[in-house]
Design a protein around this ligand. Sequence first.
Ligand code: NAD
Length: 305
Amino acid sequence: MTELGPTDQTVLVTGGAGFIGSHLVEHLVDDNEVRVLDNLSTGSRENLPADAELIVGDVRSTDDLSRATRDIDVVFHQAAQVSVERSINDPTESFSSNIEPTIDVLELARKRDFRVIVASSCAIYGDPEYTPIDESHRTEPNSPYGLEKLTVDRYTQLYNELYDIETVALRYFNVYGPRQSVGDYSGVISVFREQANAGEDLTVEGDGQQTRDFVHVDDIVRANMYAAETKETGYAYNVGTGSATSIRELAEIIQDLSDSTPDIVHIAERKGDIEESEADLTKIQNKLGFEPRVPLKEGLRSLMN
Ligand code: NAD
């Protein structure tokens, strides 16, 4: 992967000790000076290679952000309150982590002239009117988290228009891969993986016909590297695989791949769950030249082993 992305630059990954951030760090660290700003709330020091500089601090602190962005060429802004459920239970806390810090990063970019790549989300679209979802699909998020991501996604584009800052927002679909945390709020793949490893049944919510676009974290890293290099700044791009997999199908693949051959059981559906999700990748393919490379079965096979 090292052929892609910045070299000999000083880069900051906010949230770099987390799942996606740590993969960005791993990719960048051989050819760049890599700094990480992370409060270790969900991330962990163990996720980081020794050569990365870790500043334990908070993106809600302008002092910490200011210190972390000194002499920086590119910021990959990943730090966020990432749980949809928590954003519903505590919208104020979620708002404070997800909106103002992103504007602060953009403001620092205005003063210090660095590029900013912001982690946005398919949660901005809400319940889709059609699939695959392109970037001009209407945005009606159904959680504070989705609304926060929509807000920063728009700010990211606006800063390019108003102040000529090089910015890109990447709308990640359902990301999976090594180091994804397992817990109440984690994605369905890490839940199934944990269940399979513990020899438990795989619990599918509802009839399992709901679909998602599962994208491997290596593809998310590659999309970020294109974003760091492109001249096509000032846009928001979907990042997924462009194919939909039902949760039932996913459970069956994991069942096949796991030694314990767990049973699949259906439990009550989750209220407000989106029926279908699938990214239209035309824009990122045409403007950035990005193509996803990791087929779901392959990504899952390496994850399960
Ligand atoms: P994660 O929880 O593993 O990573 C988030 C990191 O940010 C953690 O290391 C955490 O300690 C850190 N952090 C949180 N609040 C902070 C704060 N106030 N100050 C400093 N550090 C803070 O989650 P992830 O899945 O790696 O998500 C990374 C980004 O991608 C987030 O912005 C998330 O919203 C976005 N995203 C993720 C997915 C997905 O499927 N995982 C999908 C769409 C968007």
